[in-house]
Design a protein around this ligand. Structure first.
Ligand SMILES: Nc1ncnc2c1ncn2[C@@H]1O[C@H](COP(=O)(O)OP(=O)(O)OP(=O)(O)O)[C@@H](O)[C@H]1O
Ligand SMILES: [Mg+2]
Length: 329
């Protein structure tokens, strides 16, 4: 993705949801996309899927996928890629499962459409996919309607649908937020197994830095429609370079915290996407801001990480002593 700009024209003004975002996901890689509510994570994902509808539009940039620029692709061409080459799973499965069809019908339909299977083979494929996502007795469950299943099972069905055409890229938008922690762990294990089996790339969108530590290799941190930091997962936890990333990490409770210890908070709130502050967008909330922050910082290279903070202009910033170990999350 290069300089992606996605905006929504509303009666109240233009919402600059994604404002010049660039990152690359390698084949077979898992990239985490994190950031506070409203920073543009879902809009980034929907832009890749070609699902930005009126009043939204991609106003600039490129999304290169296997040699094609997805920006500006004809509707029919995008339909061939969506579901087949790039698939997406959402936080709440009921928004993408159709309540009036059995789960078998819904997976089989994908196979008929994209893999050109006849009805019989597509139905068999649906059973196989339910087995792949470890749903017990798939020959029976294939006849279930979504509302007959638990939340965790429905999420598995959605994953089965998403991977049924062995996509090259799977986008998972908060796939475990609505689930309890035991089921969440199972779903993450499943995604990891499927990734290995199908050699997919995964874009994992999450609020949860625990999920990031668990499954991502690289992480993009977004703030106010922009990328503020990009780094291998170890770098994000051990040597965060952007004050916002550091703030996110310090706001995680950890075992061994005394009852007197208070969680650090990032003061203030995310500014409005209709009216981003000038210069560094994080500056109004940043304890480290100085004169330079009235200018918009580019992403600086700092030893394998990228950080959009002026303090990183001449190299790595010394960050707080207590780094967060993945095991603490
Ligand atoms: N259809 C729309 N019309 C107008 N504004 C929109 C639309 N969809 C998203 N936005 C705005 O775009 C910005 C980014 O939204 P987005 O859904 O990408 O946030 P997010 O990072 O996914 O947040 P969350 O963590 O809450 O899911 C927000 O200000 C949101 O209000
Ligand atoms: Mg979202």
């Amino acid at each position: 993705m290069q300089d992606l700009v996605t905006e929504f024209r509303t009666d109240d003004g233009v919402v600059h949801a994604v404002d010049g975002v660039s990152f690359t996901i390698g084949a077979g890689q898992t990239m985490g996309l994190v950031g506070e509510s409203g920073c543009g994570k879902s809009v980034t994902a929907l832009s890749i899927m070609g699902l930005i509808d009126h009043p939204g539009r991609i106003a600039g940039g490129h999304i290169q996928f296997e040699g094609d620029d997805l920006v500006g692709l004809e509707f029919d061409e995008m339909r061939k890629i969506r579901g087949k080459e790039i698939a997406m799973i959402f936080q709440e499965p009921m928004t993408s499962l159709n309540p009036v069809y059995t789960v078998g019908d819904q997976i089989a339909e994908m196979a008929q459409l994209h893999l050109h299977m006849d009805r019989k083979h597509a139905w068999q494929h649906a059973i196989e996919m339910l087995r792949t996502v470890k749903i017990p007795s798939p020959e029976k469950r294939v006849f279930d309607y979504p509302h007959h299943m638990s939340g965790g099972m429905r999420q598995r069905v959605m994953i089965a649908m998403a991977v049924s055409c062995t996509p090259k890229l799977l986008i998972a938008d908060e796939p475990t937020t609505a689930l309890d922690v035991t089921i969440q762990a199972q779903i993450l294990d499943l995604l990891r197994d499927l990734q290995r089996e199908f050699q997919m790339s995964i874009l994992m969108i999450t609020h949860d830095l625990g999920v990031v530590a668990e499954i991502c290799e690289n992480v993009v941190v977004m703030y106010a429609g922009k990328v503020v930091e990009e780094a291998p997962v170890r770098g994000i936890f051990n040597t965060p370079q952007h004050p916002y990333t550091e703030g996110l990490l310090r706001s995680i409770p950890h075992l061994g915290m005394t009852s007197a210890a208070k969680l650090a908070v990032i003061r203030g709130t995310v500014p409005s996407a209709m009216n981003w502050p000038p210069g560094c967008r994080f500056a109004p909330r940043c304890n480290l801001r100085y004169e330079k922050c009235v200018d918009d910082p580019p992403l600086f290279d700092v030893g394998g990480q990228r950080s959009a903070c002026w303090l990183c202009e001449s190299g790595r910033r010394a960050t707080s002593k207590r780094s967060v170990k993945a095991g603490e999350l």
